[in-house]
Write a protein that binds this ligand. Structure first.
Ligand SMILES: C[S@@+](CC[C@H](N)C(=O)[O-])C[C@H]1O[C@@H](n2cnc3c(N)ncnc32)[C@H](O)[C@@H]1O
Length: 318
């Protein structure tokens, strides 16, 4: 793991606490279930590709840079990291059509986003790094992506072995550790995260702690339609997704963010989720949105709850 930034900023962040969590999480990677991911990571020697396009389809590497043997290995490596939830990517000519058309989310965020030039940025729940690569195109000083899922750690690092973007760093930390970077970040992205936590307000407060005054917060969340400030609390699952706790209306989400201390809180997008954005593909060959909705009434989930919307909020630390 690239530890350079920790040394460089050791006086500004809670270096020992982060090291401690890092140490624990590195033990996770030793688990047998991760052996295939680890092996795949090193299956092709690392080099800096001459082809990098950080656009809607993130394109890393030209096919000619690999031998025909390496091309075969590449296909196996990329299949090892299935499901590819976020993307799309093109890796040395192999097109990865991910479950989510993640560029749609990025296109909605971009018009309201502060310049990232020279900034310190956190992407909480960064998955395979799709948005980190998009951020890198804006010349930030540093992007720290946090995600505690081993498969995403490995898929990000596989891509980064060829992209070699020095500003990008992946930590196996969760949102619950973000306060170990006190007053550190200029911009924090918290997209697709809050409804997975039992206490979204505490998580927002931790984010607040991690941000510099005047810093910009971008929150994107699953939600339900409705004018009232309320959150749905599913009996067990919501749209078949386990670990879903509070699913807010837009005004409820705004109120959470305001009451966590943020100001200039405003919504910039809200719409029901469609299968144009989330669907099953050969690179994510599992159930997806279509299977989560009532087949006779797409305004409801299979559990009979209101079908999912997505809300986008921006806010500032005063
Ligand atoms: C719904 S996805 C959202 C991914 C991405 N941010 C996006 O908006 O497309 C949720 C992500 O959160 C990650 N995650 C799980 N537990 C987490 C935690 N405690 N803190 C931060 N992220 C977590 C998952 O591994 C997954 O990549």
């Amino acid at each position: 793991m690239n530890t350079d930034y920790l040394k460089k900023y050791s006086k500004k962040i809670e270096h020992d606490a982060i090291q401690q969590v890092r140490f624990e999480r590195q033990q996770w990677l030793q688990r047998k279930s991760n052996h295939n991911y680890e092996k795949a990571l090193h299956a092709i020697p690392s080099f800096q590709t001459s082809h990098l396009a950080l656009e809607d389809i993130i394109s890393i590497g030209n096919p000619e840079e690999l031998s025909s043997e390496q091309q075969k290995t590449l296909q196996q490596v990329l299949e090892t990291y299935i499901p590819w939830r976020k993307g799309p990517f093109n890796v040395f000519g192999v097109s990865i059509d991910s479950e989510w058309q993640s560029h749609m989310k990025w296109d909605r965020v971009l018009p309201v986003l502060d310049s990232l030039e020279g900034k310190k940025v956190a992407d909480i729940g960064c998955n395979n790094g799709y948005y980190m690569f998009r951020m890198a195109a804006h010349n930030p000083e540093l992007v720290i992506g946090c995600d505690p899922t081993a498969r995403y750690y490995y898929s990000f690092h596989f891509l980064q072995r060829f992209a070699q973007l020095p500003c990008l760093h992946f930590e196996l930390l969760g949102i619950e550790h973000i306060h170990h970077y006190p007053s550190f970040f200029d911009t924090v992205f918290c997209m697709g995260i809050l409804y997975h936590h039992t206490d979204p307000i505490s998580m927002l407060r931790k984010i607040y702690t991690s941000m510099k005054p005047k810093g910009q917060l971008i929150v994107e969340s699953l939600g339900i339609p409705g004018e009232e400030s309320m959150a749905l609390f599913p009996k067990k699952r919501y749209a078949k997704v386990p670990g879903t706790w509070f699913v807010p209306t837009e005004s409820c989400l705004i109120n959470w963010i305001r009451r966590a201390g943020f100001r200039q809180v405003s919504s910039f997008f809200g719409k029901e989720l469609t299968t144009d954005e989330q669907r099953s593909t050969t690179w994510a060959p599992y159930e997806s949105l279509k299977d989560f909705l009532d087949p006779n009434d797409s305004s409801l989930t299979v559990e009979g709850y209101p079908a999912p919307w997505r809300f986008y909020i921006q806010a500032r630390k005063p």
